[in-house]
Design a binder for this molecule. Sequence first.
Ligand code: HEM
Length: 418
Amino acid sequence: MIVLSDFEAVREALVSQAEVFSDRPSVPIVAMLTKKKGIVFAPYGPVWRQQRKFSHSTLRHFGLGKHSLEPKIIEELKYVKEEMLRYGKDPFNPFPIISNSVSNVICSMAFGRRFDYEDVEFKTMLSLMSRALEISVNSHVLLVNICPWLYYLPFGPFRELRQIEFDVTAFLKKIIAQHRDTLDRENPRDFIDMYLLQVEEERKSNSESSFNEDYLFFIIGDLFIAGTDTTTNTLLWCLLYMSLHPEVQEKVHTEIEVVIGRDRAPSLTDKAHMPFTEATIMEVQRMTVVVPLSVPRMASATTVLRGYTIPKGSVIVPNLWSVHRDPNIWERPDDFQPTRFLDENGQLIKREMFIPFGIGKRVCMGEQLAKMELFLMFVNLMQNFTFLYPENATKPAMEGRFGLTLAPFPFNIIVLKR
Ligand code: HEM
């Protein structure tokens, strides 16, 4: 296993030698759960390429990176604000509200509907997925990689993981079946409908096609797993940093006041006029790197990288966390300083070493969607609220909780209506 810990090494492998370093390793626990299907863990090759291309363009069709998705996100925020206001001046844990709302954005694109925050099945699904990400890096569970049969043990984390797999499968399969039964070929409602139509289309002309309902199930699972925890944790980190850095929060408030005011909802077009707010989100992403070790890659051929021979089959870990804390790149890397992303005129500087979404052929497929959600949700919440850290509560350890994503330790927050 080779860990790439600085930007140049990551870029040389993932960009300059992309043909060699774009595969994923075959990890038994992952292969058992994903059957090597979907996008995130699929082997590099024509099937991955077809599925990623189709998924990306279909998400774009339903608004990824475009203004047409804005109203859905803004509508979701109505529920978020209502929920937050219910606590009055009492501290509360923002995790469930944020996680429900982020995943509802994916739901609206994938399933054509949102779920009520009180919906028991939906709430259970979200906490199960989050739990699965947490326990899948548990040291006992990782033993499955050495002894795959451990996965079938009827006790401990193995049993829990299998139960989660069973429940999530049943939930998603039910939704896919409902779509199949109500499909209107002339009016595809969402991602699932578009995929089902593609399956029918390919069946006519290509008997070898990788498009089938089974594959669809894994892609939907990927959109949830890759899209919910990452964006949720980033937003939670944003709220936590704001509550601990009131001076930064105040500057964001001022910028919102000047550019948007209080009478209308934020729009993506505001982004270009809000460099400080954007720099603040970027700085939170730099400090917290929610996918700290990216998703591992594998060398698909023997090659030479930075003078070292890398044998075919080596697992490559791009250490995004260390790239974003490298003192050779970032001055005082452990300090929270949004201004590092601004020039002397207060304009945003694009820094190529800022790569929280990874780089290369397998760069995050949801990057535009995540950026859109982060901006619209963060700005909308900040437009309406001041976030306070409860006075007598101990400050949480800021290194976070490591699962497949880096989550803040559970914390409570107080919202004050502005
Ligand atoms: C702040 C939010 C997010 C962060 C920081 C993030 C980060 C990442 C990273 C680091 C990777 C691995 C890239 C690599 O292998 O080099 C990745 C892959 C991926 N992400 Fe995201 N992600 C975020 C949100 C999303 C969203 C909202 C979606 C949903 C559409 C998504 C879908 C994916 C997919 C499908 C992949 C696999 C790409 C492939 O293997 O070809 N991500 N993401």
